[in-house]
Design a binder for this molecule. Structure first.
Ligand SMILES: Cc1cc2nc3c(=O)[nH]c(=O)nc-3n(C[C@H](O)[C@H](O)[C@H](O)COP(=O)(O)OP(=O)(O)OC[C@H]3O[C@@H](n4cnc5c(N)ncnc54)[C@H](O)[C@@H]3O)c2cc1C
Length: 473
């Protein structure tokens, strides 16, 4: 067994581990060991389907010290006019370059294809841990002077690594959406299984590839609310949409008398979008969509709303709430993996262990980078945790408001701390603070939006307490 020493041991070189280490390098002189089962950095992006793209702009994803993409706008396609969104290939190349930068500091050692296996317990001045190189079987003992950072907590799951939970009869054509670009023949029909972000990507890919929408069947266990991509654009040219959305959202919440009223108004004002205007969504997973994608998806008419699939037979699909006829020559595209796991949160800072979770609404990389800043600049766990209430991961629509409440509370805490305020103003992972900071005294329309936001944000925070206690979140 080889014995190594480090200040921080980071489990996982996905987007969260990378953003954390990047800030840790900037803010400290610590040494860092990173361990990951994957062959290279980027986490689940290594397993992603080739046509995946970020659903948010690249401009504020990644690590703080290195830009992702060229901050250009798409000239064609369903993201036309909006800021570019990185592909899986771009993300993998980006994280490779970031890792090269880490290694060049001489303070980071990276063990890929290595599985963190064990917490071996405490010695007087160090915590002892263990990992194993997957191919050589070589075991390492790691003495950690400061902390272990466990980024495996969110447990991201994608279809290529998580087989479906339903059963399929012999001869059924069922594959994860990663396999779609390799198809060489057509099928009598295509069944998209799942209606989250990956289900949407599969459906859009089939439509873009010229598949007749009438041959597509979409298994949609739950309808979802989506964020409107126009409202999360960085850049001054989107100020009125981005800050307009923030101002409208807090105003709607501040004025609301019930949860249904909030969602009805958020939808009517284009804050939250849905695919079918006649169905009340029961899901919210934080996915982002554009109007043109919705228009395209509406072309699919065979939507099956009978719950989850239990079994696929040659001539039928058995679902939780009923059975529908099927054709043996249909292709089933599995998009049923859960992406991130919704599990009870734990305190982020606990003695010698840091468990990164979201501290800003669906912003994993901003959250991880801020946690590293707080780790290196604040005093003790009590203060650190007080600044970092965990934003619960969403599943149902009401969680949209629970996230908003927790995010507003964190933002308020951060605004009172000068060091954190300065850091947020300087990081590329925060798209919106800089936009507000750059408003000139003569830009009265922008100032009016900021004022409208400021006027309602406290009222909204109070109202959320009331609405969420009724919604029992
Ligand atoms: C299709 C898709 C699109 C998405 N788009 C966006 C987006 O646009 N914007 C956004 O903010 N979020 C998006 N997300 C959410 C996504 O979860 C985050 O962006 C982020 O990539 C998650 O990074 P992570 O580091 O938490 O997890 P992961 O990418 O899963 O990385 C964790 C790493 O830890 C390693 N690991 C775990 N356990 C061990 C162990 N015991 N030993 C060694 N290594 C271990 C794993 O191998 C993995 O590499 C998307 C998710 C999906 C599935």
């Amino acid at each position: 067994m080889q014995h190594i020493y480090t200040d921080y041991l980071v489990v996982g070189s996905g987007a969260v581990g990378m953003a954390f280490v990047d800030t840790l390098l900037q803010e400290s002189t610590s040494s860092i060991v990173i361990v990951d089962r994957h062959h290279g950095p980027g986490g689940h992006w290594n397993d992603a389907y080739s046509f995946v793209r970020l659903h948010q702009p690249s401009a504020y994803y990644g690590v703080g010290s290195r830009a992702l993409g060229a901050n250009a706008k798409d000239a064609v396609g369903m993201n036309k006019g909006m800021y570019e969104r990185a592909t899986a290939a771009e993300l993998i190349s980006y994280y490779e370059q970031v890792m090269q930068g880490f290694l060049a500091t001489g303070r980071v050692r990276y063990f890929s294809k290595s599985n963190y296996t064990q917490d071996l317990g405490k010695l007087p001045t160090t915590d002892e841990h263990q990992f194993v190189e997957l191919l050589s079987g070589k075991t390492y003992r790691v003495s950690v002077n400061k902390k272990i950072v466990d980024t495996s907590f969110l447990n991201t799951a994608v279809p290529s690594t998580h087989p479906p939970k339903y059963s399929t009869a012999a001869g059924i054509h069922c594959l994860p959406l990663n396999e779609l670009p390799k198809l060489k023949k057509s099928y009598a029909g295509y069944v998209v299984v799942g209606a989250g972000k990956t289900g949407i990507d599969a459906a859009l890919w089939l439509l873009e590839s010229g598949v007749d929408p009438d041959t597509i069947h979409w298994i949609m266990p739950r309808d979802s609310w989506f964020q409107n991509r126009e409202n999360v654009q960085p850049g001054d040219d989107f100020f009125h949409l981005s800050y307009g959305a923030l101002a409208t959202q807090v105003e709607i919440v501040a004025q609301a008398t019930s949860l249904p009223e909030v969602f009805s108004r958020l939808n009517a004002t284009g804050q939250l979008l849905r695919i079918d205007d006649t169905v009340e969504p029961t899901m919210y997973h934080g996915a982002i969509i554009s109007h043109s994608e919705i228009t395209e998806l509406k072309r699919i008419k065979h939507v099956v709303r009978l719950g989850r699939i239990q079994q696929i037979e040659a001539t039928s699909i058995v679902l939780e709430k009923g059975t529908v006829a099927a054709n043996p020559d249909w292709l089933y595209v599995d998009c049923s993996a859960s992406a991130v796991e919704r599990r009870p949160s734990v305190p982020i800072f606990q003695g010698a262990k840091i468990t990164p979770q979201f501290v800003r609404t669906v912003q994993p990389t901003f959250s991880a980078a801020l946690l590293a800043f707080i780790e290196t600049n604040m005093k003790d766990d009590a203060q650190k945790n007080q600044l970092c209430s965990v934003i619960p991961l969403p599943d149902q629509p009401v969680h949209y408001l629970a996230m908003m409440a927790a995010s507003m509370s964190n933002q308020y805490q951060w605004s009172k701390n000068e060091a954190i305020r300065r850091w947020i103003n300087s990081t590329r992972l925060d798209a919106f603070s800089a936009m507000a900071r750059n408003v000139k005294p003569f830009e009265t329309d922008k100032l009016a939006l900021l004022e409208r936001y400021g006027k309602n944000v406290g009222l909204a925070a109070e109202k959320l307490k009331m609405l969420l206690s009724v919604g029992r979140v």
